[in-house]
Design a binder for this molecule. Structure first.
Ligand code: FES
Ligand SMILES: [Fe+2]
Length: 356
């Protein structure tokens, strides 16, 4: 019986955690923070993938991220003191270096071997601080999705909002922008643009998944400068997705019938990067123009229109937000879901692979 249990239990547990609970994908890069959130010698406390972390900039300008619970009495290291690239615990003074190893015990020369905290690989890229949540030897910075398009000269606000929903619920929202027609009716007044638009979802040879909308022969938006007021335009909205939830939106306009390469104005690019805080809350990293008008618009669209809807969906779905449990609900699938379905399938595949 004991032996049988040994063989039966792990499979049962794997099934439960993989398909009907939240399983974080490990061997991917997650964004932990914008670089500008970590000022000088500050210690940034942040919950990521349901664990507390402290993030800081080292003397050489690179970053470190440590588990934020001192393994002695579990005090938050983020409330400790910086001493060069080490942090002294605020409670009894154990000191930890950027690799998470205890380097000083103020009470003895002996350092207990398990006095250490997690220290995942961290890389600064595209104004963000990224960490690898899986096996350190697989942490190749070349796998960080390319967000170089957002490294622009003009000043931009690098924002973050905590959304009360599982990151796949938010991904469904971002990868299918047709909801703009309905939820953002007051903000954007699309007036049926999506309903007349062409949609496709596909994936490229690099593994990125694309969700694409195209609108043909439409009036020039009033806010689009550099084009005659009576010009007719073709417009594209391309959302690119990389696992687990790092998205880049490109919005471009060209004169009706002309190729994209002849666009009279550069395309607009916006990052939409999601990192789970917990199973039911997500850090949403974005950029916006500076100024009160852009701030008010962001608050209106993100926080007053998207957020309450996604919170309601989270409330309805609970643990069925991800994996097979979502499909067990037999959701209706529309043609506009082509990319969303690919994303959900890909995430399930990644979870399965990591579960072995
Ligand atoms: S809790 Fe950190 S040294 Fe005691
Ligand atoms: Fe939205």
């Amino acid at each position: 019986m004991g032996l049988q249990l040994c063989f039966i239990l792990p499979a049962a547990i794997t099934f439960v955690t993989m398909e009907h609970g939240v399983t974080y994908i490990r061997n991917v890069w997650y964004m932990a923070a914008w670089e500008e959130e970590i000022e000088g010698d500050s210690l940034l406390a942040r919950r990521l993938l349901d664990k507390p972390w402290v993030i800081f900039r080292k003397a050489d300008g690179s970053y470190a991220m440590l588990g934020n619970l001192c393994p002695h009495r579990f005090a938050p290291l983020s409330q400790g003191r910086r001493k060069g690239d080490t942090i002294a615990c605020p409670y009894h003074g154990l000191e930890y270096d950027a690799a998470g190893l205890c380097t000083r015990n103020p009470f003895s020369d002996l350092i207990p071997p398990h006095a250490r905290v997690d220290a995942p690989p961290v890389v600064a890229r595209h104004r963000g601080v990224w960490f690898w949540a899986g096996d350190a030897d697989k942490a190749d910075p070349a796998l960080i999705p390319d967000f170089s398009a957002i490294e622009v000269e003009q000043p931009m606000v690098h924002g973050r909002t905590l959304f009360p929903a599982h990151y796949e619920i938010i991904t469904d929202n971002l990868i299918d922008l047709s909801h703009t027609e309905f939820i953002h009716e007051d903000s954007f007044r699309m007036n049926g643009k999506f309903l007349a638009g062409q949609y496709s979802g596909d994936e490229d040879e690099t593994g990125a998944i694309w969700s694409r909308w195209a609108f043909y022969d439409t009036p020039r938006p009033a806010w689009l400068y550099g084009v005659a007021a009576d010009a007719r335009m073709d417009e594209w909205l391309d959302m690119r997705w990389h696992a687990p939830a790092s998205m880049l939106l490109e919005v471009g306009f060209t004169l009706a019938g002309r190729p994209r390469e002849e666009a009279p104005v550069p395309a607009f690019v916006n990052p939409h990067i999601l990192t789970p805080e917990t199973a039911e809350t997500t850090h949403y990293f974005y950029t916006r123009q500076p100024g009160e008008e852009a701030e008010a618009m962001t608050r209106q669209v993100f926080e007053m229109e998207d957020l309450p809807m996604l919170e309601a969906i989270q409330h309805a779905l609970g643990a069925s937000a991800e994996g097979a449990a979502f499909w067990d609900l037999k959701p209706v699938v529309l043609n506009i879901d082509a990319a969303a379905v690919r994303v959900r399938r890909r995430l399930m595949k990644l979870r399965r692979e990591e579960a072995g």
